[in-house]
Design a protein around this ligand. Structure first.
Ligand code: ZN
Length: 159
């Protein structure tokens, strides 16, 4: 069976950045299960997997724009320290925030006097990504999975 819309694919993957540093890997874990055509995984990787079948191995390079987006300077902004009230703040802390582009995980990148600089870019924004992927299994999605837009069971949602 080949990967196409409305199939579920189980893949093992290792993700490296342009410098060859391993950012993420399914090695030692269950393979990742995703519903093809549903936008469960980044667009550049999903399109490269179209038509592949169990046992196929592929190396996929995805430019930043097709992965987590280009780094956007406008998503870096200072906010008054007072907005955090009595909360402790330090560089590197992450929290959920409602931003102009929807809910995001933002990171405190600097503390300058009365201002806290936050960055709402994805931590992989601006990174060209290289995936080494092995297709483990391809099966038809169930009606329920298609309805939910994600995979159930091992490697997917448990509910
Ligand atoms: Zn579900």
């Amino acid at each position: 069976m080949n990967i196409t819309d409305k199939t579920v694919a189980l893949i093992h993957y290792t993700l490296k950045n342009a410098g060859g540093e391993v950012l993420d890997s399914s090695e030692g874990h269950d393979p990742l299960a995703y519903l093809h055509g549903a936008g469960n995984i980044i667009a550049g990787l999903e399109s490269a997997l179209e038509g592949k079948t169990a046992g196929d191995k592929l190396d996929v390079s995805v430019e930043a724009a097709q992965a987590y987006g280009e780094y956007d300077e406008s998503l870096v902004q200072p906010i008054p320290r007072a907005q955090f009230g009595e909360h402790h703040v330090e560089v590197g802390m992450q929290f959920h925030a409602d931003t102009a582009i929807g809910p995001r995980i933002v990171t405190i990148t600097a503390i300058e006097g009365d201002e806290v600089v936050i960055d709402a870019n994805h931590h992989l924004a601006g990174e060209d990504l290289n995936f080494a992927v092995e297709v483990v299994e391809v099966r038809d999605a169930t009606e329920e999975e298609l309805d939910h837009g994600h995979v159930h069971g091992p490697g997917g949602h448990e509910h």
